[in-house]
Design a binder for this molecule. Structure first.
Ligand code: TXA
Ligand code: MG
Length: 332
């Protein structure tokens, strides 16, 4: 299959209306989209990504009113969050209605809904007049794509088209919360933090154990995605919790790739990749996946990644790095 790089929303809409998949930009990461209500189209997403069929997809809408046909209830708390954070990088999980096929929900009775901020994504959904199922447009297991070139590297020849857009402004996937549990539960951290959510709801929310721990009981996870290896370069990755000095001393005495903060750079002799300032969590979110993708270019056996001290540590960054490293941390 020849993968076309396209600029036109109209052309992307034609592919989607014909039951095809198209990679599209959103503000978080690029998604691999298809008609969420068409089982045959959704099957093509799983095939192109090599994604396990029990890992459910997020359904994207272009207006809050579109949610009513997709869910069997839209609780008051969810309305509050929608009014505060939609459109934006927040995904909420609800009991699904019968129109959502089980292939989209990974066999679950629930469905994840997101109203993206990206105008390209919203205009495309408006044009096709159906909701779009879209997981991140990477090969299953590799870092999520934040530019159309990342998508091309992973899925060239496997999908008919990539709709080009700007690089993703957020850089990590949406925050996922389960509105069907009481109290509501954060399943995946993103730019919108647990604190922002609990401030709007005016009550505490639960942070699922899998967010920053290795889950041992794989049959009992709330979000099937956490079972699988994720975000990993081919190179082995180890996280380093240490001061700037110790990190520099450690990597300078080894044959390795060093990924760290821009403040680390002047202390590192070679093979350095920055993922932003230690003091800017937004910059770290924005650069994280691109930096992880660069690791393999060095052709080394191992990469060490410097992680921030507790007071500067962002939960979404930590969550992705823990998975990229297979939960391997050295505390120096
Ligand atoms: O920012 C994003 O959310 C991007 C863009 C493209 O919108 N999409 C994305 O999709 O990250 P994906 O498929 O890579 O991640 C969806 C996550 C997975 O961990 C999945 O297991 C979880 O959401 N999920 C989806 N539906 C669920 C459900 N009904 N119950 C529990 N977890 C669910
Ligand atoms: Mg993904």
């Amino acid at each position: 299959m020849n993968t076309l790089l396209i600029d036109s929303i109209d052309v992307a809409a034609e592919f989607l209306k014909n039951g095809e998949v198209v990679a599209i930009p959103t503000e978080t990461v690029y998604g691999l989209a298809a008609n969420a209500l068409d089982s045959e189209a959704v099957k093509k997403i799983f095939k192109a990504k090599g994604r396990p069929s029990d890992n459910p997809l997020i359904v994207h809408i272009s207006d809050i009113s579109e949610i009513h046909s997709l869910v069997s209830d839209f609780p008051q708390d969810a309305k509050k969050l929608a009014n505060n954070f939609w459109p934006g990088p927040l995904t909420m999980i609800f009991h699904k209605s019968d129109v959502v096929p089980f292939i989209t929900s990974g066999g679950l009775e629930t469905v994840a809904i997101r109203f993206p901020e990206s105008e390209i994504a919203r205009n495309l959904i408006k044009k096709v007049q159906f909701p779009l199922a879209a997981p991140s447009a990477n090969s299953s297991g590799s870092p999520s794509p934040t530019s159309h070139m990342h998508v091309l590297n992973d899925l060239n020849g496997k999908i008919p088209a990539i709709l080009k857009g700007p690089n993703c402004s957020v850089g990590v996937e949406s925050t996922v919360i389960d509105m069907t549990s009481d109290p509501v539960r954060l399943l995946r951290p993103g730019k919108i933090s647990a604190k922002e959510i609990s401030d709007v709801l005016n009550k505490p929310i639960i942070i699922d154990e899998s967010v920053d721990h290795l889950v041992s009981d794989l049959n009992n996870v709330k979000s099937p995605g956490v079972k699988y290896k994720h975000y990993s370069p081919r190179t082995k990755v180890v996280l380093i919790k240490s001061s700037k000095d110790k990190f520099a001393e450690f990597v300078n005495s080894r044959e390795c790739v060093a990924m760290g903060f821009s403040e680390d750079e002047k202390y590192i002799k070679s093979n350095f990749i920055s993922y932003g300032s230690e003091f800017s969590q937004d910059e770290q979110l924005n650069l994280l996946f691109d930096s992880l993708r660069k690791i393999d270019n060095f052709n080394k056996d191992i990469a060490y990644i410097h992680i921030a001290r507790k007071e500067n540590l962002n939960l979404a960054v930590l969550n992705r790095l823990l998975r990229a490293s297979g939960f391997c941390i050295y505390d120096l």
